[in-house]
Design a protein. Structure first.
Length: 301
């Protein structure tokens, strides 16, 4: 089945990979982006783009809503928190308004969220969290919960609504791994805090594979987009250093992280032990289930 897909966040690290896949599969793609000219140049006119969803008159069979300012890109000032909220919650509400006004009836909606929904945990407090686990109480958790609540209004305009609770997506050319690549390459990587906080991650290839699989499935509701084998910060650091054949000699004590990053340091000092319960219960096959294989493939590129 050839779909007409509308994606928000299509110019981002994950979004670009998905658009490439959909074009190769023969789908028609429209990107909602603050940089429509860049989008049209990036895909040489094969992708339509707009910065105003209300200009769209077509009907779409699929909506993939991944837009959101990077939560770890800047310290959490009040202004930054407002930007994070607007780029997630307010944008999703705008999509709901447009979908209602334009009479959309989607075959499926995939809407973004994150494993921050469950709250942050110290390493010693971590327990496995499936999709049925309760939500957290901290700032990141509340942001994700408001985001999901806004997306819930899309359910009445689609046959299925899937919420993507995404972990750390690993790929050399974007996200966390891109930021870490140079420091680790020159031997300046190291554990953060006590190193026991749990990092739930997924390789970009498996994320793409899971999105395409979900589009063709009958699954609805929240889905944890994480690999089945989360690791501690210490294990991740050692694995990345080993994959790059470099030492990791520069730890970041918790006090320094709090001084440098303020409230946002919770993203570094706490984690979530998240398990992909829905994906595993439906026999989804991960190509990179363990961190060593995921990092080795990136280091070899």
């Amino acid at each position: 089945m050839q779909d007409h897909i509308l994606i928000t966040g299509g110019s981002g690290f994950i979004g670009q990979a998905l658009v490439d896949d959909w074009l190769a599969q023969g789908h028609q793609v429209t990107v909602l982006s603050r940089r429509p000219g860049w989008v049209e140049r990036r895909w040489q006119g094969r992708v339509a783009a707009t910065d105003d969803v209300h200009t769209l008159r077509d009907h779409f069979s699929v909506l993939v809503n991944l837009a959101g300012e990077g939560i770890a890109d800047q310290r959490w000032s009040q202004q930054r928190k407002r930007q994070l909220y607007e780029s997630r919650v307010d944008l999703t509400r705008e999509l709901v308004s447009w979908a209602q006004d334009s009479g959309q009836c989607f075959r499926v909606v995939l809407s973004g969220s994150a494993i921050g929904w469950y709250g942050g945990f110290d390493g010693s407090d971590s327990q496995p969290l499936s999709e049925q686990a309760p939500g957290g109480q901290d700032y990141a958790a509340q942001l994700c919960q408001d985001w999901e609540l806004a997306a819930a209004d899309l359910a009445s305009m689609s046959e299925r609504l899937v919420i993507l609770r995404t972990g750390i997506v690993l790929g050399r050319h974007g996200g966390m791994l891109k930021r870490l690549w140079l420091p680790f390459r020159i031997g300046l990587g190291g554990i953060i805090g006590d190193g026991e906080q749990v990092l739930s991650w997924i390789h970009l290839s498996d994320y793409r594979k899971a999105v395409h699989w979900l589009l063709g499935s009958e699954i609805e509701g929240p889905v944890n987009m994480t690999a089945p084998m989360p690791v501690s910060n210490r294990e991740f650091t050692e694995s990345l250093a080993a994959a790059m054949k470099r030492p990791a000699l520069m730890p970041m004590p918790a006090l320094i992280a709090r001084i440098l990053f303020g409230e946002m340091s919770c993203l570094l000092l706490q984690g979530q032990w998240v398990v992909p319960g829905v994906l595993q219960s439906h026999q989804f096959q991960f190509d990179y289930p363990d961190i060593q294989a995921a990092l080795a493939i990136e280091a070899g590129r």
